[in-house]
Design a protein around this ligand. Structure first.
Ligand SMILES: [Zn+2]
Length: 272
C-alpha cells in the first residue's frame, strides 16, 4: 500500500493533469455512482488533494470525489492520448482539455457534499497530515506529547493514521531507526530529548521521501552508493529491507521482525 509520500506525489501528478480545468467527461465504473458522472461533467476541477492515504478531487459545485486505493487501486495519468491499455477494471475517468486521470481497481470511491467530507468515517479520524504545509515540528511534538497516546507502543502507533496521517510500514522502520528508538517503547517512556529526536525524524523522513521519490536513507550516503553502482532498492532505505546487513550507524546487523502484523527492521546495536 502506498504511504503518504507516494500518495502526495500521485496527487501532484493528477493535479498537474486536471486541476483548474473543466471536466469534459466524468465516468464512474460502479453502477451505484454511475449517475454522478454526467452531473460532474462540465464542472471545473478546483483542487486535487491527498489526505492520509486518500485522494480528494474537489469540483466547482462543492462536491468532492473521495478515493482510497486500498491494496489494489491504481491511478494512471495521461496528458494526451486515449485511455492506457490495461486489463484492470476502470473505476473512474476524468477528462479535461489538459489531461486525463484514470483510476483502476479501487472500489472505495464516494461523491461527497461538504458536510459529508467533514463527517467522513476515514477522513474525520485522520491525524495531522505529515506532508501538509501547515504541519511543523510543534504539530508533531504535540501529538507525541498527547497524554491520551502516552501508553501506546511506538511499533503500533507508527502505523496509525489517526496519530499522524501518511505514516506506513517503511516509514515506521525508517523513522524509529533514525530516532534510535525501539518499537516496544511507549510515548510516555520518552524523555524530552528523545521526543524531539523522534519528532524531527517523523517530520523529516516523509518529506525526504516525497522530495526524492522514495529515499529515506541519508542523501549523501544514497548518492555515494548509487555512484558505486548499488541498486536503488539497496540504497533507498537506511534499515528497511536490510535484514542481515550492517547498520550504517553502528555496524551491528539489522534484524527483521514482525510488529503489529507487518515486517519491521531493527538494529539492536543502536535502537535500545
Ligand atoms: Zn545500529
Amino acid at each position: 500500500m502506498p504511504e503518504g509520500p507516494e500518495v502526495h506525489r500521485q496527487a501532484d501528478q493528477i493535479r498537474d493533469a486536471i486541476a483548474g480545468e473543466v471536466a469534459r467527461h466524468v465516468y464512474f465504473g460502479q453502477p451505484r455512482l454511475r449517475a454522478a458522472g454526467p452531473a460532474l461533467t462540465g464542472q471545473r476541477v478546483l483542487a486535487v488533494r491527498a489526505a492520509g492515504k486518500a485522494f480528494l478531487i474537489e469540483f466547482e459545485d462543492a462536491r468532492t470525489v473521495y478515493v482510497h486505493l486500498q491494496l489494489y487501486g491504481k491511478w494512471l495519468v495521461r496528458k494526451r492520448g486515449g485511455p492506457p491499455k490495461t486489463s484492470r477494471t476502470l473505476r473512474l475517468q476524468i477528462d479535461t482539455d489538459q489531461g486525463s486521470a484514470f483510476l483502476y481497481s479501487a472500489s472505495e470511491i464516494a461523491v461527497l457534499d461538504p458536510e459529508e467530507v467533514a463527517e467522513h468515517g476515514y477522513l474525520s479520524k485522520l491525524g495531522p497530515d505529515l506532508l501538509a504545509p501547515e504541519t511543523d515540528l510543534e504539530t508533531v511534538l504535540a501529538r507525541i506529547r498527547d497524554p491520551e497516546l502516552g501508553r501506546r507502543r511506538l511499533g503500533n502507533l507508527y502505523l496509525d493514521q489517526g496519530f499522524l496521517a501518511g505514516l506506513g510500514n517503511y516509514l515506521r522502520t525508517e523513522i524509529l531507526h533514525e530516532a534510535r528508538l525501539h518499537p516496544d517503547w511507549r510515548l510516555c517512556d520518552l524523555d524530552g530529548w528523545e521526543s524531539r529526536r523522534l519528532a524531527k525524524a517523523t517530520l523529516a523522513l516523509p518529506q525526504r521521501s516525497y522530495e526524492t521519490g522514495g529515499i529515506t536513507n541519508d542523501l549523501a550516503r544514497a548518492a555515494r552508493l548509487k555512484a558505486e553502482g548499488v541498486k536503488r532498492r539497496a540504497y533507498r532505505w537506511q534499515a528497511f529491507a536490510r535484514a542481515g546487513k550492517p547498520c550504517y550507524r553502528c555496524g551491528a546487523e539489522i534484524e527483521r521482525c514482525e510488529d503489529a502484523g507487518r515486517r519491521l527492521y531493527i538494529c539492536y546495536g543502536c535502537q535500545e
